[in-house]
Design a protein around this ligand. Structure first.
Ligand SMILES: Cc1cc2nc3c(=O)[nH]c(=O)nc-3n(C[C@H](O)[C@H](O)[C@H](O)COP(=O)(O)OP(=O)(O)OC[C@H]3O[C@@H](n4cnc5c(N)ncnc54)[C@H](O)[C@@H]3O)c2cc1C
Length: 402
């Protein structure tokens, strides 16, 4: 298979690079300064808008407006809703180049793309444009203390009361809940129906009375996710997406978008390239010789990941919906990320124990040390590796369910 750009694709790639050179705000170019001491987060557009300084907010808005001029914020959305109606392979190129420049994605991709499939016209008009402008910032409320892999067991209850639903219960792992003003989620509306049939997908204003968000701090001191509590939270019925009690199918559309993640190869490739340069420049030693082979393995794995991502992109391009293929990309990509971080820390020996990016002795700004902690959750969030393996086994290999 030939993954090289056609002349048209090469021209488009140059156009994207020129756009990034001209329009990516300086704020998002200074990667070293943007590397937060403990969070590992660099270019986080949603964080800038929700909790940033006035300068952060200005940069985030400038970036959103530059993207809006071309519909490149959500390039696959139709033009009439602020997208660019872009072909899949162009989107892939765009995402590759954005990842190379470490240009931040703007949020709302999951809920917006799902609304395009299942939303009413009124919902599309009301929610899509403000999401593109960064006025509506979203968090995902699916998982609960007793419902993660087995999401169908969710219990957070929504009871109809006239034109509203009243929600009571708890969600867990609500990522970005502390930097969002809207939440989309799955709620139990019929406790007597078979478990996948009594669930409804709703969008709610996170500032509605009764919603509270409590941080979960990771072992790498990262505040990425939260617990959310709902106490008599009133949600207009007009904010239900799809039919009441049929939300499971809406939620599954959204998970397909979440797992496709076709640009994850570029981020790992950048890390490995940097590592290769570092190992080459290191003083010859026994450790360097040992780590050289591991770095080579990681470089090969990045190439494999790239091929998996290209396969997903070319399936989209030919109108086929990736299914177990998306699970392969998600599983492999998150596991490669963990291995890259591990190899990085091995390459630095004792210096890998330095955590602070601004420590003058911390190799590569402690990136691999921090990633060693931050990538642990990659094989859990968005569906664990075991669940992806089950999908590959049953849907991909046709093995019987265990
Ligand atoms: C950092 C982070 C961010 C997240 N962000 C969000 C978010 O924004 N919104 C949201 O709704 N959720 C989010 N999640 C939740 C995530 O989707 C769940 O954690 C995940 O699906 C696993 O569910 P669980 O934690 O309940 O573990 P469990 O489902 O209890 O799984 C425990 C272990 O058992 C294994 N296991 C379970 N079932 C099977 C099976 N059938 N076969 C084989 N092995 C199995 C799992 O692989 C895992 O190793 C996030 C999670 C993390 C860690």
């Amino acid at each position: 298979m030939d993954w090289n750009d056609t002349p048209e694709q090469a021209a488009f790639r140059s156009e994207v690079r020129a756009f990034l050179d001209a329009r990516l705000p300086a704020h998002y170019r200074d990667h070293e300064a943007r590397r937060h001491q403990d969070s590992g987060l660099e270019n986080d557009w949603q964080q800038d808008l929700a909790n940033g300084t006035p300068e952060d907010r200005t940069a985030a808005r400038e970036w959103a407006s530059a993207l809006a001029e071309r519909g490149w914020g959500q390039p696959h959305w139709p033009r009439e809703y602020g997208g660019a109606s872009m072909s899949t392979l162009e989107q892939f190129i765009l995402k590759q180049e954005f990842a190379r420049a470490e240009a931040p994605d703007i949020g709302g991709h999951l809920v917006g793309s799902t609304l395009l499939v299942h939303g009413t016209e009124e919902q599309k008009q009301r929610f899509l444009a403000p999401t593109l402008r960064g006025e509506m910032l979203w968090a995902q409320g699916f998982s609960e203390p007793g419902a993660g892999s087995d999401l169908g067991s969710l219990q957070c209850r929504a009871v109809r009361d006239g034109d509203e639903f009243v929600i009571n219960g708890q969600k867990l792992w609500t990522s970005a809940g502390h930097k969002s003003n809207w939440i989309f989620g799955l709620f139990r509306t019929d406790p007597d129906a078979p478990k996948h049939r009594g669930i409804t997908f709703m969008m709610l204003d996170a500032t509605t009375p009764g919603v509270s968000v409590r941080p979960i701090i990771s072992m790498g001191w990262e505040h990425a996710t939260n617990e959310t509590f709902y106490e008599d939270v009133r949600v207009p019925a007009s904010q239900v997406v799809g039919d009441v009690n049929r939300g499971w199918y809406v939620g599954m559309t959204l998970l397909d978008y979440e797992r496709s993640g076709i640009n994850r190869a570029v981020a790992q490739q950048l890390l490995v390239d940097e590592l290769v340069a570092h190992v080459r420049a290191d003083t010859p030693s026994h450790r360097r010789e040992l780590v050289r082979r591991e770095v080579a393995d990681r470089a090969i794995e990045c190439e494999v990941l790239n091929n998996l991502c290209m396969r997903i992109a070319s399936m989209h391009a030919s109108g086929t919906i990736p299914n177990y293929e998306a699970s392969m990309g998600k599983m492999y990509g998150s596991e490669v990320a963990q291995r890259v971080a591990r190899t990085g820390t091995k390459a630095f020996g004792q210096f890998a124990q330095l955590w602070a990016p601004d420590d003058p002795y911390a190799p590569l700004k402690a990136k691999h040390t921090q990633n060693y902690c931050h990538t642990v959750v990659g094989t859990i969030a968005g569906g664990s590796s075991e669940i992806q393996r089950n999908i590959i086994a049953t849907r991909g290999l046709g093995l019987p369910r265990g």
